[in-house]
Write a protein that binds this ligand. Structure first.
Ligand code: HEM
Length: 399
C-alpha cells in the first residue's frame, strides 16, 4: 500500500457531514480568530513582564492592563481553537490523528500545559499585578503558553509530511509508541506565527485601547501614549515579519515546491503592513481600520498555511474536494443554531462593552441593546434546554 492509498483508507467511512470545501473555508476563518487571540495572549503576557521589569509610570499602568488581558485572551483563544479543531478533524482526519498519535505524549500533555499557562496568568493578574509580586508566575505562564504553541506547530508540521510517518513510527524497524519526540518543525514558520504575530496582535490592540477610551479627557496623555506605542511596535515588527516570511518561504515553501508563491505573498503582507504603520498618523482615530487590516493579514496567512497543506497532500492524490460526504442534517442544524445563538450573545456582549465603558463613564445601555440581550440569553437558555432534552431522550428512550 502506498501513502496515497493509506491516506484515503484512513478517511471517515461515513464521509464528511457537509460539503468539504465549505468546511475548509470555515477552517481557515476560525483559525484566524484562534491565532488572533492566542497571539494576543502571548503579546500581552510579554508586555506585562517587561512593564514590571522596567517600570515607569505609564509602563506600569499598561502592564497591569496587559496582565488582566492575558487570561481573557487565553480563554478566547481556547474557545476559538475548538472550531478549527472540529473542521480539521472532519476533512483532514487521516493526517491530524496520525500526527496526534506520533506526538501522543505531547498532544495529551498539551491540555495540562494550556491549563497551567492559563492558571498562572490568572494568578499573576489577580494576586501579583496590583503590586508587581509573583512575577515568576507571569514568566512561567508565558513559557507554558509558548510551549503550547510549539506543540500545535509540531502537530501541524508532522501532519503534512506523511511520507516520513513510517520512519518516525518505527525507526530502524523498532516501533516507538512513546510519542515523545518532536519529529518535525520549521523555525521561521514558528517565529512568524507566534512571537512576531504576538507583537503585532498586541500592537493592534494597543491602538484599539486608545480608540475605546478616546473620550476620557483626564487620561488623554496616557491613552495617546498607549496608541502611539502600538503604532511604533507595529512599525518595528512588520519588516521583521516580512523577513521571517521570506525565510519560511525559502525553507518549507521550497520544500513543497511553492517557494515563490509563499515568498511573494508573505513578504508582500509584511511590506504592506510596514507601509500601513508608517503612514498611520492618527492611530487612535483609525484603530478599527487597523484591526480590519490585521484580520485581513491573518486571513492571508491562514490561506498560505492551507496552500502548503494542500500541495503537500496533493503529492499523494489527497484532496478535500474529493473527500466523500453525505449531508447529516442533524449536525448541520445543531451547528447552525449554535452559531446563531453564539453570535447573538457575542454581539450583545460587545455592544454592552462598547456602550458602557470607554465612550462615557456614566453611559446607559440603549433599550435596543437591552432587547437584544433578552432575546439572546433567552435563545441560549432554550438551546441548553433542548440539549438537555436530547440527552435525556438519548439516555432513556433510545435503544
Ligand atoms: C493557548 C495556547 C495556544 C497557542 C499558543 C496556540 C497556537 C497555535 C499555532 C501557532 C498554530 C499554528 C501552527 C502551525 O501552523 O505551525 C495553531 C494551530 C491550531 N490550534 Fe492552537 N494554540 C493554542 C491553543 C489551542 C487550543 C486549546 C486548541 C483547541 C481547543 C487549539 C487548536 C488549534 C488547531 C486545531 C490548530 C490547527 C488548525 C489547522 O491545522 O488548520 N489551539 N495553534
Amino acid at each position: 500500500m502506498n501513502v496515497g492509498e493509506m491516506l484515503k483508507m484512513m478517511r471517515d467511512p461515513l464521509g464528511a457531514p457537509f460539503y468539504p470545501p465549505a468546511l475548509q473555508v470555515l477552517l481557515v476563518v476560525t483559525w484566524v480568530l484562534h491565532i488572533f487571540f492566542v497571539t494576543l495572549a502571548l503579546g500581552s503576557s510579554l508586555y506585562a513582564i517587561w512593564g514590571f521589569l522596567r517600570p515607569t509610570d505609564y509602563r506600569l499602568r499598561l502592564a497591569r492592563v496587559a496582565a488582566r488581558l492575558t487570561p481573557n485572551a487565553v480563554g478566547l483563544g481556547i474557545v476559538t481553537g475548538i472550531a478549527p479543531l472540529l473542521f480539521v478533524q472532519t476533512i483532514y482526519d487521516p493526517i491530524w490523528y496520525a500526527s496526534n498519535s506520533l506526538t501522543g505524549f505531547w498532544s495529551v500533555s498539551f491540555i495540562f500545559v494550556v491549563m497551567g499557562g492559563y492558571s498562572l496568568a490568572y494568578l499573576f493578574y489577580l494576586k501579583g499585578s496590583p503590586d508587581g509580586k509573583l512575577l515568576w508566575s507571569a514568566v512561567a505562564s508565558f513559557i507554558l503558553l509558548f510551549f503550547a504553541g510549539w506543540i500545535m506547530h509540531v502537530l501541524a508540521a508532522v501532519s503534512i509530511r506523511p511520507e516520513r510517518w513510517m520512519e518516525w513510527y518505527a525507526p530502524n524497524g523498532i516501533i516507538d509508541t512513546r510519542g515523545i519526540i518532536f519529529h518535525a518543525w520549521n523555525i521561521p514558520r514558528l517565529v512568524f506565527l507566534l512571537p512576531l504575530q504576538a507583537c503585532l496582535s498586541l500592537a493592534v490592540t494597543l491602538t484599539l485601547f486608545g480608540w475605546y477610551f478616546r473620550r476620557s479627557e483626564e487620561d488623554a496623555p496616557f491613552i495617546q501614549w498607549v496608541a502611539n506605542l502600538g503604532r511604533k511596535l507595529g512599525l518595528v515588527i512588520s519588516p521583521i515579519y516580512a523577513l521571517a516570511g521570506l525565510l519560511w518561504a525559502m525553507t518549507e515553501g521550497v520544500e513543497f515546491g511553492i517557494g515563490w508563491q509563499v515568498g511573494i505573498t508573505l513578504v508582500g503582507i509584511g511590506v504592506a503592513l510596514t507601509g500601513y504603520f508608517f503612514w498611520l498618523r492618527q492611530p487612535i482615530r483609525h484603530a478599527p481600520r487597523t484591526l480590519l487590516v490585521w484580520i485581513g493579514t491573518l486571513v492571508v496567512v491562514g490561506m498560505v498555511r492551507e496552500a502548503i497543506r494542500v500541495v503537500s497532500l496533493a503529492r499523494f492524490g489527497y484532496s478535500v474536494a474529493t473527500y466523500p460526504y453525505a449531508f447529516d442534517w442533524g449536525s448541520i442544524i445543531v451547528f447552525t443554531v449554535t452559531t446563531i445563538v453564539g453570535v447573538a450573545v457575542l454581539a450583545y456582549l460587545i455592544m454592552v462593552m462598547y456602550q458602557s465603558g470607554g465612550v462615557k463613564r456614566d453611559a446607559q445601555i440603549s433599550p435596543r441593546v437591552e432587547r437584544l440581550g433578552t432575546i439572546a440569553t433567552g435563545m441560549l437558555g432554550a438551546w441548553f434546554g433542548f440539549f438537555l432534552l436530547v440527552g435525556l431522550y438519548a439516555t432513556f428512550l433510545l435503544r
